[in-house]
Ligand binder design. Structure first.
Ligand code: HPA
Length: 273
């Protein structure tokens, strides 16, 4: 099936509105106030934050693509939180490295905004540059460096990215776990992991976390007026800092090992929002 976002003459916000309308119809939920993208290691949070009202295969919603990766669930879930609000869990992240363009990468975020979201929680599995972090450490994203040379913004759309990752939301997260550390996330294009030299570059320019998602989504979330909380699970130390070669298998295993613990943490954070 063709993705309507691939037609560049189409307004991507129009497709996001259509997607939100389909979500409204299929869930019978008028507004989803919070949205979450659950990356490697974070998926179980969906089971803990509340009661699932509906699960929709992403392919039934305009603009969404099949996930390229095993371990990434291809559906969208509507969850009723204990406080009566509704959360939209986007289990179908499209990565920039898939090569389908930035519009598809940020479509989930734009759909969440069109579905009523005011808060966007972006999570991922990533490599750690600080050598005090061990695999399995969750870290709050304090800022990012976008190394993809791409942007979801089209045309002369000059938006401010100060406090992109909300200081207020980070403080709320720290009331749940005061030991949570913070770091600057560097988004590389991938899909190859970084070279040790690239990791050193990221460190020198102020990065602490390396990954292949999130920054482009955060820019789109800001454009749509969402308040953003970003969380990385450190699945490995970044190339060259860790002395052994990196593998996708290792990343998956670190995610599985940490999943119960960090999902509970995330669910507790959501309960405070
Ligand atoms: N680099 C980039 N992306 C990642 C890594 C990494 O070291 N670990 C998990 N995702």
């Amino acid at each position: 099936m063709n993705n309507p976002l691939d037609d560049l003459s189409v307004n991507p916000f129009e497709i996001a509105s259509q997607a939100a309308e389909v979500i409204r119809q299929k869930t019978s939920v008028e507004s989803h106030e919070i949205a979450l993208t659950l990356g490697s290691g974070w998926a179980k949070a969906a089971d803990l934050i509340g009661e699932t009202v509906a699960t929709i295969p992403a392919t039934e919603i305009p603009g969404f693509s099949k996930p390229a990766l095993a371990g990434h669930i291809g559906n969208i879930r509507s969850i009723k939180l204990p406080n009566g609000k509704h959360a939209l869990v986007l289990g179908a992240r499209t990565h920039f490295y898939e090569g389908h363009g930035v519009r598809r990468v940020v479509h989930g975020v734009r759909t969440a905004a069109a579905a009523g979201a005011k808060t966007m929680i972006l999570t991922n599995g990533a490599g750690g540059i600080k050598d005090t972090w061990k695999p399995g450490t969750p870290v709050l994203i304090s800022d990012h460096i976008n190394l993809t040379s791409a942007s979801p913004l089209e045309g002369a759309t000059f938006i401010d990215l100060t406090d992109l990752y909300s200081a207020k939301l980070r403080e709320i997260a720290k009331t749940v776990d005061a030991t949570l550390d913070e770091g600057v996330y560097c988004q590389f294009r991938g899909p190859q992991y970084e070279t040790p030299a690239e990791v050193q570059m990221a460190k020198i320019i102020g990065g602490h976390i390396v990954g292949m998602s999130t920054a482009l989504e955060a820019i789109a979330a800001r454009q749509s007026g969402l308040e953003i909380l970003g969380l990385s699970l450190i699945t490995n130390l970044a190339a060259g800092i860790q002395k052994t070669p990196l593998s996708h298998q290792e990343v998956i295993e670190a995610g599985v090992a940490a999943e119960a613990r960090i999902s509970k943490l995330l669910a507790e954070i959501v309960s405070k929002l």
